[in-house]
Design a protein around this ligand. Structure first.
Ligand SMILES: [Zn+2]
Length: 344
C-alpha cells in the first residue's frame, strides 16, 4: 500500500510500504477514508534530522474496518470508525481515569510496527479499546467534523476542561491555529462568557469569531498583553488556553492571566522550562494542561457533531489526495492552509 514517511526536515514522501496484516488477536485493519496533517507534524517537518530510512507519520484518521482479530467482538467489517491519536486498551486504571495517553498497554501511531495514519490502511492495536464506532456512512458530509475527534477538537477541549472553563468564565486563547480555534469552540461549549482570541491571521480569527470568540487581539508581545488588559479592566482573564507551544506564548499567557487564574497549555512544548518563579507564586497562578487523552472525550463530543450543533470540521480548508501529502505539509508550514485533510 501507499503511505507517508518523513525522512528529515522538509522531506516527506509517499512510498510503497508493506500491506498491514492482523498480528494480534486484538487488532483490526482499518482502510483509511480520511486523514489529515497535524500542527504537531510540522515540528519534525521543521527540524527532524535527516536519516537514510524514513519514519511513518500521521496520527489522525477515520476509516472502515476491513478485518478483525479473533478477540475483537464489538467491531465488524464495514463499521465506520474514528481513531484517537494514541491507541489504548480503554480498560486499565489510567484509561478508566480518562488518561488514555498514559495507558499501560497503549502506544503511538507510526512507531515500531504500527502504521501511521497518513496512508491507505492501518493495523489498529487494541482495536476495541482504541476505535470509536461512528453511526454514519463513509460518504457522510459529517466526515470532516468527525475526523477532528481524532485530535484537534479534543485537544482544544482538553485545554478548556483542564483550565476549568465554565459558565461565566473569561478566557484568552493564544494561537489561531486549528487547535486554537478548536479551543475557542470548546470554551464556548463549556459556557465561557468572554473569549479573547490572540492571533494575527484574519481568516483564522474570523473562523474563531464564528466559533465563539468575542474579541480578537492581533498584536503580539507587550502590545498584545496591553490590549488584553485593556479589554479586561486591567486584570486579564480567569483562564488562558495556550495553543502554540513556544515560550513567548507561555510568557504572554502568564502576562494575560488574572491573579488566581489558570494557564492551560496544549501546544506541544518546544521549550524546556516555564517561568513559574516568585512573581507567579505570589499571583497564585496555576499551570495545567498537557497532551490530550482524545479517547476520553469522543463519546461526549460526538452527539453535538452528529446533530450538527457544532462544526469543528471547518478547520479544514484544503483537501488533497495521498500523493499530494508532501505539498500538504508545505502548505501548512507556509501558513497557506490552516489544516489539510487527506482523502487516500
Ligand atoms: Zn489503558
Amino acid at each position: 500500500m501507499r503511505a507517508t514517511l518523513i525522512y528529515g526536515a522538509g522531506d516527506v514522501r509517499v512510498e510503497d510500504v508493506p500491506d498491514p496484516k492482523i498480528l494480534e488477536p486484538t487488532d483490526a485493519l482499518v482502510r483509511v477514508v480520511r486523514s489529515c496533517v497535524c500542527g504537531s507534524d510540522l515540528w519534525p517537518y521543521g527540524a527532524r534530522p535527516t536519516t537514510e530510512h524514513g519514519d511513518r507519520i500521521g496520527h489522525e484518521f477515520l476509516g472502515v474496518v476491513e478485518e478483525t482479530g479473533s478477540d475483537v467482538s464489538d467491531l465488524k467489517r464495514g463499521d465506520v470508525v474514528v481513531a484517537p491519536f494514541v491507541w489504548s486498551d480503554n480498560t486499565c486504571d489510567f484509561c478508566r481515569e480518562g488518561l488514555h495517553t498514559s495507558c499501560r498497554h497503549g502506544g503511538m501511531w507510526g512507531a515500531e510496527d504500527v502504521d501511521g495514519g497518513q496512508g491507505e490502511a492501518v493495523r489498529v492495536p487494541l482495536a476495541e479499546g482504541t476505535l470509536v464506532k461512528l453511526p454514519v456512512g463513509e460518504d457522510s458530509d459529517l466526515l470532516p467534523s468527525l475526523l477532528t475527534l481524532s485530535d484537534v477538537f479534543p485537544t482544544g477541549y482538553h485545554a478548556a476542561v483542564k483550565g476549568g472553563v465554565g459558565p461565566g468564565t473569561d478566557v484568552t486563547v493564544i494561537g489561531d491555529g486549528a487547535v486554537g480555534v478548536s479551543a475557542v469552540l470548546s470554551a464556548r461549549r463549556l459556557g465561557a462568557e468572554r473569549i479573547v482570541l490572540m492571533g494575527r491571521h484574519r481568516d483564522r480569527t474570523d473562523l474563531g469569531r464564528d466559533f465563539g470568540a468575542t474579541d480578537v487581539v492581533a498584536e503580539r508581545g507587550a502590545e498584545g498583553v496591553a490590549k488584553v488588559h485593556e479589554l479586561t479592566g486591567g486584570d486579564g482573564t480567569h483562564v488562558v488556553l495556550e495553543c502554540v507551544g513556544l515560550l513567548p506564548a507561555v510568557e504572554t499567557a502568564i502576562a494575560v492571566v488574572r491573579d488566581g487564574g489558570t494557564i492551560s497549555r496544549v501546544g506541544a512544548p518546544q521549550y524546556e522550562q516555564v517561568p513559574m518563579g516568585f512573581p507567579e507564586f505570589f499571583r497564585n497562578l496555576t499551570l495545567t494542561g498537557g497532551v490530550a487523552p482524545a479517547r476520553a472525550y469522543i463519546e461526549e463530543l460526538l452527539p453535538d457533531v452528529l446533530e450538527g450543533k457544532i462544526e469543528p470540521g471547518r478547520v479544514f480548508d484544503r483537501t488533497i489526495g495521498l500523493e499530494e501529502v508532501p505539498d500538504g505539509y508545505r502548505a501548512m508550514a507556509d501558513r497557506e492552509a490552516l489544516k489539510v485533510m487527506i482523502r487516500p
